[in-house]
Design a protein around this ligand. Structure first.
Ligand code: CP
Ligand code: NVA
Length: 319
């Protein structure tokens, strides 16, 4: 289907009551529908009032952007957040997910969950009768990758024919970028040190989608090769939440994978720099590239809000 207004509205209404667990859960049209709505919301051309709906949030890991952007998005949609603090609820005492999920489904209209094991999130979704949103797991960060490609589209006007290089750890952020890029038809080059490649089963599944969308996925261990001529360069921390003890070892393994001016000079002249944040300057990215004129990092962070507002509106039936 073409990305027409009619098609977009139809695609978004098909998301009502659905969960968003993986980047694989959305189609090309649904992603473009969300981008169109996010742009309207960002420009102030559209207001959506869902009535007093409640998003329950469970964060088992720290968060600034995801937590605050979901909270502000719900407030702008006329709803509220209920923060299910894991220490003061029965969650930390081991109440089974199947019970917690069924109870929360009686109070809330949707749940956003950040946790370690992806399987835990799937269990929540299977036992909930309300939409469940992945606010990051060890395997994926699908809300992030939506905002990332929205940011690239905003800069270039169109995603068609573009290439993105991701340099660093083949982690949750990389996995979701690969999937979303394959669905949207953006060429993705991933460069990691040996042994830190993205998830293999995600790669296989995304490659078959890329074959259909006409894009490519290239995995290698040479950052200079990966950034050649690309339109966007992306990186993330070398040690994700939960890997703090490996930080020293990882720092040595990732030597040569810093995005600095020399690496940037191999990309397209207009190439933009992205980072999901938080960043470790001097490790995965140099301070002058982070703060430089190619950086769109803070637009990208802002766009979490607009894209998630569009996502919530669609899942809660407001479009
Ligand atoms: N990028 C991102 O998800 O940031 P937070 O960990 O602050 O939510
Ligand atoms: N890969 C990072 C992303 C943080 C938003 C982590 O999981 O810690």
């Amino acid at each position: 289907m073409n990305n027409t207004s009619f098609g977009v509205a139809e695609e978004l209404s098909s998301l009502k009551d659905k969960s968003y667990i993986s980047s694989f859960d959305l189609t090309f049209d649904q992603m473009h529908g969300l981008f169109d709505l996010a742009l309207q919301l960002k420009k102030g051309n559209r207001r959506i009032d869902l009535g007093n709906r409640i998003l329950g949030v469970i964060f088992k890991k720290a968060s600034t952007r995801t937590r605050v952007s979901f909270q502000v998005a719900m407030a702008r949609l006329g709803g509220q957040i209920v923060d299910l603090n894991i220490q003061t609820t029965q969650i930390s005492r081991g109440e089974p997910i199947k019970d917690t999920a069924r109870v929360l489904s009686r109070y809330c209209d949707a749940l956003a969950i950040r946790t370690y094991k992806h399987k835990e999130l799937i269990d929540y979704a299977n036992w909930s009768s309300i939409p469940v949103i992945n606010a990051l797991t060890d395997l994926e960060h699908p809300c992030q990758s939506l905002a990332d490609f929205f940011t690239i589209q905003e800069f270039y006007g169109d995603l068609k024919g573009l290439s993105l290089a991701y340099i660093g750890d083949g982690n949750n952020v990389a996995n979701s970028l690969i999937i979303t890029g394959a669905i949207l038809g953006v060429n993705i080059n991933i460069s990691t040190p040996k042994g830190f490649e993205p998830d293999n089963s995600i790669l296989k599944k995304a490659s078959s989608i890329a074959n259909i969308s006409g894009s490519s996925i290239d995995i290698n261990n040479d950052p200079y090769e990966s950034v050649k001529g690309v339109n966007a360069i992306y990186t993330d921390v070398w040690s994700s939440m939960g890997q703090e003890e490996e930080a020293g070892e990882r720092k040595s393994a990732f030597e040569g994978f810093t995005i600095d001016n020399e690496l940037l000079s191999r990309a397209d002249k207009e190439a933009i720099i992205l980072h999901c944040l938080p960043a470790h300057r001097g490790e995965e990215i140099s301070d002058n590239v982070f703060e430089g004129e190619s950086s769109r990092i803070f637009d990208q962070a802002e766009n979490r809000l607009h894209v998630q507002q569009a996502l919530l509106a669609a899942l809660l039936g407001g479009v």
